[in-house]
Design a protein around this ligand. Structure first.
Ligand code: WT7
Length: 647
C-alpha cells in the first residue's frame, strides 16, 4: 500500500519562512556545524551578557553532561515580557477563554508585565530566591502564566503539577523537589464542574514532613476554602500590597527554569529538569518555524500548562516571540461539541494545535457541529501527543481545515523540551500519520535491539545521536537515573523509548512506546505507577497493567488483578478499585478494564511475562509468542477465557 502524499501548496512554499530547498540547506548547516548554527540562532533571544561558548555536550556513559550557551546571562521573563514592551506593549499577549463561553479576557503585554512583576514581588517578600522551587497547581487561568513568569523573573524554579492529579501525587512532587511555596486556586472549573484544588493542596501538605511555608490562593470560583493563618494568603490581597516593578534576576543559561514530573517505566515519576538559555532558544525557534508564526497571528494550543506542551507552546515559545497566545480553561465538548470551532471564530484563531484524542472524540459527533462554524481564519493545524491515525488526520484536514490548512504532526517529549520531528508547512510534503522529518539540529537514528544503526527504509527504536539546545539536563536530584534511563540502553545516544519506522523518503513514523509506558489520551502513564496504586489496596495481592487499543484515548489502561485469598471478585470491587486508582493518582490513571486473574503468567524465576498480557489485552490470542518458559501454562488459558471487553 503506498502512502497518501500531500504536496506543499505553492502559496505556502512562497510565503512561509522556509521552503524545501531552504530546509535542506539549513538542516545540513545545523548538523554539520552546530556551534555556528546555534551560535547564530541563539541570538534570537536577548542576553544581558552574550555567550561566547555554544555547545558543550557529552552523551558518554558515566559523563553525560549537556550545556548550551553556558557563559551567557539572560532572563526568561525579560525575554517573554519586557523586551516586547517598547514595540508591542498594547498588543494582546494572552487571550483567555474561560470554561463558560461568556467569560474571556484579553491581557496586553503591558498588563502581563504588571501582573508578573507584582506576583514576583509577592514571592520575593515570602523569601523565594533564585534556585528555590515553587509548585504551581492551578487551573488554566492567566495566573498560571503569571506564576510561571514570576518564578522565571526571580530565577526560581517552577514545578507545575497538573490540576487533575490527586493530593498524593501532588505531595510526592512537592516533597521530591522540596518546594516551600505552592500557588493554587480555590477551585478549578472544567466543563461546568468544580475541582477542589485548595482542598487537595491541604490534603497534600498534611502528608509532607515539615509542610510548606506559603500557599498563595487565586480566587477562581469564590468557593469557600480553609485558609491557614500565617501560611495561606489570597493572591489578589497579596498583589494589592506590592508594586508592579521588579527587576529581572540575571540568570545563567544553564540555571534551571523548571522541573516537570513525568512517568517512566519504573518507580516514581521523574523530575525532568530544563534550564534557561537553550530551552528558550529552542522553544521560540520551533514555535516560529513549525507553526510558521508571523506577527499578528492569533495562535491557540489547547494543551494544559500542567504538561510540557503548555510550557513550551502556550507560554514560553509564543511569548518569547511576542505572539498572541490563547489559553483555554475548558474542555472540547462543553457546552457543546462545537466549542473549539466556536472559540476559533470568536477570537479569529489562525494557528490551532491540539491532540489526536480530541480530534477522534469530536469526529464521533460527526461533521455538522464543525460545519456550522466558519473557521475561515484558520491557516495551519497541528497535532501532538501520540501518533495520529490516518483516518483522524484526514478528517482534521478535510473537515476542520477544509483542505486549506497544512497539518504539522509534531513528535516530541517532555524530555526534549521542544518539537524534534515535524513537517515545516512551506517545506515538507505531508503523509497522514507521519511526523515526517527532523527539525534543525536534530539527528534521529533508527537502531535495532542490539544498537546497530539501521540505514534507509527500516523499522526499530528511535534514538537521537547528538544534543539539541532544548534537551533536558538531568533528573532533578538524580543524575544517575538520568544516565540510566536515557543513555544506557544505547550507550552514547539518547534513547527516546519510542519505536519508529523510516520510509524510503526518509520520513519518520512513530509507532509508539517500546517500554512499559502507555499513552492515554496523549498523556504518559507508567504502568508501574498504576500497579503500585492497585497493590496498595488491602484486597489486592498482585497487579499487572498494560495498554490496549482504545478508539478515543489511543491506548486504554488494562489491569490484571489478583486478589488476596478469600476475596470475592465482584463488580462492586471492580468499581472500588477504579475509584481507588483515581484517588491515588488522578482520573487520567483510571483503569478502563480490570480483569480479576487468579494467577499471572510468570517465568519459572517469577518474572511476570507482560508480553503475553499485552497480547491478550490486544485480543491477539494467536500471537502470544513463546510460552514455553511459563511456570504454569494453564494461567494463560484462564486469562484468555475471561478477557474483559467493553467494546
Ligand atoms: C511521548 C511523549 C511532548 C508532547 C506531549 C506528550 C508520544 C508525542 C507524538 C507524535 C507520535 C507522539 C511519544 C512520546 N508522542 N507526540 N506527534 N506522534 N507519538 O509528551 O507526555 O512526554 O510523551 O508521546 O510516544 O515518547 P510526553
Amino acid at each position: 500500500m503506498s502512502d497518501k502524499i500531500y504536496d506543499v501548496p505553492s502559496e505556502w512554499a512562497q510565503k512561509a519562512y522556509v521552503d524545501d530547498a531552504h530546509y535542506q540547506s539549513m538542516y545540513a548547516a545545523s548538523v554539520n556545524d552546530p556551534n555556528a548554527f546555534w551560535g547564530e540562532h541563539g541570538k534570537r533571544i536577548d542576553w544581558f551578557t552574550p555567550y561566547t561558548k555554544v555547545k558543550n555536550t557529552s552523551f558518554d556513559p558515566g559523563h553525560v553532561s549537556i550545556k548550551w550557551f553556558e557563559d551567557g546571562i539572560t532572563n526568561v521573563a525579560y525575554n517573554c515580557v519586557d523586551r516586547h514592551l517598547e514595540t508591542r506593549g498594547d498588543q494582546v499577549a494572552i487571550i483567555w477563554e474561560g470554561d463558560s463561553p461568556d467569560e474571556s479576557r484579553n491581557i496586553t503585554y503591558r498588563e502581563l508585565s504588571s501582573e508578573v512583576n507584582k506576583l514576583a514581588n509577592v514571592l520575593r517578600n515570602r523569601g523565594v530566591e533564585k534556585g528555590d522551587r515553587v509548585t504551581i497547581y492551578l487551573p488554566m487561568i492567566p495566573e498560571a502564566a503569571f506564576a510561571m513568569l514570576a518564578c522565571a523573573r526571580l530565577g526560581a524554579v517552577h514545578s507545575i503539577v497538573f490540576g487533575g492529579f490527586s493530593p498524593d501525587s501532588l505531595a510526592g512532587r512537592v516533597a521530591d523537589c522540596g518546594s516551600k511555596c505552592i500557588i493554587t486556586a480555590d477551585e478549578g472549573l472544567r466543563g461546568g464542574r468544580k475541582v477542589p484544588l485548595k482542598a487537595n493542596v491541604d490534603a497534600a501538605i498534611a502528608q509532607i514532613e515539615g509542610g510548606v511555608d506559603h500557599v498563595i490562593v487565586v480566587r477562581r470560583t469564590g468557593g469557600k476554602v480553609d485558609m491557614t493563618p500565617g501560611r495561606d494568603v489570597y493572591y489578589d490581597e497579596a498583589c494589592a500590597m506590592v508594586t508592579d516593578e521588579c527587576p529581572a534576576e540575571h540568570v545563567h543559561a544553564e540555571d534551571p527554569l523548571f522541573i516537570l514530573y513525568t512517568s517512566g517505566s519504573t518507580g516514581k515519576p521523574k523530575g525532568v529538569l530544563h534550564t534557561t538559555g537553550g530551552y528558550l532558544v529552542y522553544a521560540s525557534m520551533t514555535h516560529q518555524y513549525i507553526f510558521d508564526y508571523h506577527p499578528g497571528d492569533i495562535y491557540w494550543c489547547t494543551a494544559d500548562v500542567g504538561w510540557v506542551t503548555g510550557h513550551s507552546y502556550i507560554v514560553y515559545g509564543p511569548l518569547a516571540n511576542g505572539a498572541t497566545t490563547l489559553m483555554f480553561e475548558g474542555i472540547p465538548n462543553y457546552p457543546s461539541v462545537s466549542r473549539f470551532w466556536d472559540v476559533i471564530d470568536k477570537h479569529q484563531v489562525n494557528i490551532f494545535y491540539t491532540a489526536p484524542t480530541a480530534i477522534r472524540s469530536l469526529m464521533q459527533a460527526g461533521e455538522e457541529p464543525v460545519k456550522r462554524t466558519s473557521r475561515s481564519s484558520l491557516r495551519l493545524l497541528g497535532s501532538v501527543g501520540e501518533p495520529i491515525n490516518p483516518e483522524a488526520w484526514e478528517w482534521y484536514y478535510r473537515v476542520v481545515g477544509e483542505e486549506r490548512c497544512p497539518i504539522v504532526d509534531t513528535w516530541w517529549q517532555t524530555e526534549t523540551g521542544g518539537i524534534l520531528i515535524t513537517p515545516l508547512p512551506g517545506a515538507t510534503k505531508l503523509k497522514p500519520g507521519s511526523a515526517t522529518r527532523p527539525f534543525f539540529g536534530v539527528l534521529p537514528e533508527v537502531v535495532d535491539a542490539e544498537g546497530k544503526v539501521l540505514e534507509g527504509a527500516c523499522e526499530g527504536n528511535l534514538v537521537i545521536a547528538d544534543s539539541w539546545p532544548g534537551q533536558m539536563r538531568t533528573v532533578y536530584g538524580d543524575h544517575e537515573r538520568f544516565e540510566q534511563t536515557y543513555f544506557s540502553t544505547y550507550p552514547g545516544k539518547y534513547f527516546t523509548g519510542d519505536g519508529c519506522r523510516r520510509d524510503a523518503d526518509g520520513f519518520y513514523w512513530i509507532t509508539g512506546r517500546v517500554d512499559d509506558v502507555i499513552n492515554v489520551s496523549g498523556h504518559r502513564m507508567g504502568t508501574a505507577e498504576v500497579e503500585s496504586a492497585l497493590v496498595a489496596h488491602p484486597k489486592v495481592s498482585e497487579a499487572a497493567v498494560v495498554g490496549f487499543p482504545h478508539d478515543i484515548k489511543g491506548q486504554g489502561i488494562y489491569a490484571y488483578v489478583t486478589l488476596m485469598d478469600g476475596q470475592e471478585p465482584t463488580e462492586e470491587l471492580r468499581k472500588e478499585l477504579v475509584n481507588w486508582v483515581r484517588r491515588e493518582i488522578g482520573p487520567i490513571a483510571s483503569p478502563d478494564l480490570i480483569q480479576f486473574a487468579p494467577g499471572l503468567p510468570k517465568t519459572r524465576s517469577g518474572k511476570i511475562m507482560r508480553r503475553i498480557l499485552r497480547k491478550i489485552a490486544e485480543d491477539q490470542f494467536e500471537s502470544l509468542g513463546d510460552t514455553s518458559t511459563l511456570a504454569d501454562p494453564g494461567v494463560v488459558e484462564d486469562l484468555i477465557h475471561n478477557r474483559q471487553n467493553k467494546r
